[in-house]
Write a protein that binds this ligand. Structure first.
Ligand code: TYD
Length: 218
């Protein structure tokens, strides 16, 4: 039988391309499910039907050129729909929600990478989500060049992954700056280690969080 997270629990994964977020998010989902918690796994962009269409528009290399302000607004539109239709309803049902990327990605990529004003991006995030913040964010951090080398050669590269490295380096730095300003929410995890070591750091952190919320390990 499934148990619910009290008041819902909202967890996000962030980091530059290729750091292994998706693998770790799946591990966390399996870990929480094994404790009897109801877990909803989702992602940005593309967590809703509208988001799927926006994702194709944003990431397909053959899509028309998108200016950086329009790009920021499209990520925000995806996020607004995602929060309203998927994330908030699940939290209201007291479920655990794990999102592969959320607001910090816009600060990292549109703020850091595209060099838009961080304050503007934060205001957009605030408005799009109506202020919904994660309970905990796992920022998987490593050198973007090393992360890229992990990609399988056969993998198609999308629009942002085809940006030269300075873009990813600025995004990494913006993520790290953000983590410094939100120490209670964002856990920086050294993602250059093996999958099991990275997972072990995340597991220690989530166990401590669950203990404070008096959920899990039942
Ligand atoms: P992601 O789904 O993590 O990539 P993939 O599934 O291909 O591994 O993210 C897709 C891209 O979207 C990624 O390069 C980062 C970018 N992105 C932004 O630039 N801003 C945002 O707000 C979000 C959510 C993603």
């Amino acid at each position: 039988m499934s148990a619910n997270c009290q008041r819902g629990l909202f967890l996000t994964f962030e980091g530059v391309d290729g750091v292994g977020k998706t693998t770790q998010a799946q591990r966390l989902r399996d870990y929480l499910s094994a404790q009897g918690l109801t877990v909803l796994m989702t992602r940005e962009p593309g967590g809703t039907p509208l988001g799927g269409a926006i994702r194709r528009l944003l990431l397909d290399p053959s899509a028309p050129h998108i200016g950086k302000r329009a790009e920021a607004l499209l990520y925000s539109a995806d996020r607004a729909e995602h929060v309203a239709d998927v994330i908030r309803p699940a939290l209201e049902r007291s479920e655990c929600v794990i999102s592969d990327r959320y607001t910090d990605s816009s600060v990292g990529y549109q703020g850091g990478g595209r060099e838009l004003s961080r304050r503007d991006i934060e205001r957009l995030n605030e408005w799009a989500t109506d202020g919904l913040q994660p309970d905990r964010t796992y920022l998987l951090d490593m050198d973007p060049a090393a992360a890229r080398r992990r990609f399988a050669v056969s993998r198609e590269t999308d629009r942002l992954e085809s940006e030269p490295n300075p873009f990813q380096n600025r995004a990494r730095q913006a993520f790290l700056d953000l983590a410094k300003r939100h120490r209670d929410r964002i856990a920086v995890i050294d993602a250059s280690r093996g999958i099991d070591e990275v997972w072990s750091a995340i597991r220690t952190n989530i166990d401590a969080l669950l203990a404070t919320r008096k959920i899990g390990s039942r």
